[in-house]
Design a protein around this ligand. Sequence first.
Ligand code: UDP
Ligand code: MG
Length: 322
Amino acid sequence: MLNITSESPKYSFIIPIYNEEETIPQLYRRISKIIDDLDDQTELILVNDGSKDSSLKMIRELHQQDSRVCYLSFARNFGHQTAVTAGLNFARDQVIIILDADLQDPPELIPEMIDSWKQGYQVVYAQRIKRKQEGWFKRFSAYLFYRLLKRLADVNIPSDTGDFCLMDRQVVDCLNAMPERNRYIRGLRAWIGFRQTAVKFERDPRFAGEVKYTFHKSFSLVLNSLISFSRVPLRLSSYLGLLSALFALIMAFLVLYWRLHDPESTLTGFATIMIAIFFLGSVQLVCLGILGEYIGRIYEEVKGRPLYTLAEVGGFQSPSKR
Ligand code: UDP
Ligand code: MG
């Protein structure tokens, strides 16, 4: 049994876990190989995001066997970004590394990331140059999304990067100090600044199990990132309003002209009126929806609820201080 419980280990690994019982043994095997090769001390923070399978049991067992393994367990499923945030709140070390549990983020890339950190970069993010064996829809929608985000976002969020990254303590302290509830970590990471660099990699297929990001979860991540980092949708609704006002003006002149100068005209009107009502109605609803998305987020922020509730914590000496 390994026993490394000294004051300040050097590397913290954060891994969010949601129903990953099929991948945990292999994950642990591959990651401990990397950790064993690192000369310095490490902590492995597994964040159980309300898993319904035996993940938590397996995590507890790992914690029993290996004192480097610490864990947090949420009282329910709060989502990937929140799980990573919790890990960041609890991580104690100088260098913090985030990776997915499904081995799509190869742990073997970590030494290269650490080398870049040693060269003085405070953020080293992994950038996908290829996605292996992922469906065309996922590849296409991801491609489109990152390009759209690049055009719309106020900060330059690098394309094709996930949460797989290495961050220096200084960066993580800044991240932890950000009070916002809607956390799109790769966006916040880009917003923070500091010296950042990319390490390229080919993304492997999921090791086992189903994708945990349902369509609904992916869609809210997309909306969150667009709304948290861009006001373009709001501007778009102003433009839409202006455009339909212009259209209405032209139509008003045309209708008046026909009515006054062409007494023979049979302006029956029903179809035109219906089209106009539907058109204006939908423009208004779209704009209201956009406004609603922003207001909903303001509401979330104002409520000030904690980001997550913890049911269980293992391996941290003084969790109450956090
Ligand atoms: N995950 C999580 N909570 C969720 C969904 C996913 O903690 O509600 C974790 C999951 O266990 C995995 C990572 O987030 O470690 C990425 O999930 P997944 O591989 O399903 O998504 P992908 O990004 O590959 O589409
Ligand atoms: Mg995955």
